[in-house]
Design a protein around this ligand. Structure first.
Ligand code: NDP
Length: 253
């Protein structure tokens, strides 16, 4: 597994967390990676610099997803970056990772907050795929990041979980449509995974979150990136339309 030499990849939300770890892993496997971010230009530049220092190839692309024109802006930057480095705009791998948490109880969620969660988490991945298909060759790979919360009840995150449930539909239906082209489409569902949230600096909170996994630890971004790396590799050519539990056994109950 892991030879992505000559392939190109776009990872949305790659300035931090699992997106960052995925961009780093795919670059290590040989892909030229577009490191997408929304606001955190310095963090994206740091990811690109780290990849290049390790002998890989990457470039940063900015776009606010969930905002009007966001997908268009993303592809302007992506195509410019690809053309400059490869002479073409071919995109072999798309990882729809960018997302926002809810963090608001159902009784306090406003229509505006609900719309924002859906715009970033569900609507944007749909239109990113729609747009990316013009650049994707036969045999390309699409991975959408869902959440264990589509299978694990958390009444405080209903709107967020609903948006991730919508994302999972992308794999089912696009996988069927794109099978004749050998393009695979899968969902990866992480459990609680370390990111920049200050909660991960509180030992008691980490202990409580770790207890949800059968391995009694929180996920590291690399735990999920390695699963994504498998799904975008040639080894996963027979896997499509699937829901891949990358929750460290959280869904075992
Ligand atoms: P982080 O919160 O660490 O990073 C989010 C990334 O998405 C950043 O790169 C951010 O860019 C980008 N982003 C956020 N909003 C937008 C937007 N409107 N437009 C474009 N880019 C945006 O991510 P995580 O690693 O925690 O999560 C990654 C994915 O995994 C998400 O889809 C999340 O829902 C899902 N997930 C996370 C879990 C967890 O425990 N961490 C559990 C289950 C699922 P910038 O830095 O520029 O702001």
């Amino acid at each position: 597994m892991g030879d992505l030499t000559g392939k190109t990849a776009l990872v949305t939300g790659a300035s931090r967390g699992m997106g960052r770890a995925t961009a780093e892993r795919l670059a290590r496997d040989g892909a030229l990676v577009a490191v997408h971010y929304a606001t955190n230009e310095d963090a994206a530049a740091e990811v690109v610099a780290g990849i290049e220092k390790d002998g890989g190839r990457a470039f940063a692309v900015q776009a606010e997803l969930g905002a009007p024109g966001g997908v268009h802006e993303l592809f302007l930057g992506l195509e410019e970056g690809l053309k400059e480095r490869t002479g073409s705009t071919v995109l072999d791998i798309l990882v729809n990772n960018a997302g926002v948490m809810g963090g608001v109880k159902p009784e306090d969620t406003t229509p505006e907050q609900f719309d924002r969660i859906f715009a970033v988490n569900a609507k944007a991945p749909f239109f990113v795929i729609q747009r990316a298909l013009a650049n994707m060759p036969d045999g390309a790979r699409i991975v959408n990041i869902s959440s264990g919360l589509t299978r694990f009840a958390n009444p405080d995150e209903i709107a967020y979980a609903m948006s991730k449930g919508a994302v999972e539909q992308l794999a089912l239906h696009f996988a069927k449509a794109l099978g004749p082209r050998g393009i695979t489409v899968n969902s990866v569902a992480p459990g609680i995974t370390r990111n920049g949230n200050p909660l991960f600096d509180i030992p008691e909170a980490v202990e409580a979150m770790a207890a949800l996994s059968t391995f009694n630890r929180v996920g590291e971004p690399q735990d999920v990136a390695d699963v994504i790396a498998f799904l975008v590799s040639d080894d996963a050519r027979w896997v499509t339309g699937s829901f891949v539990d990358a929750s460290g056994g959280t869904l075992l109950g």
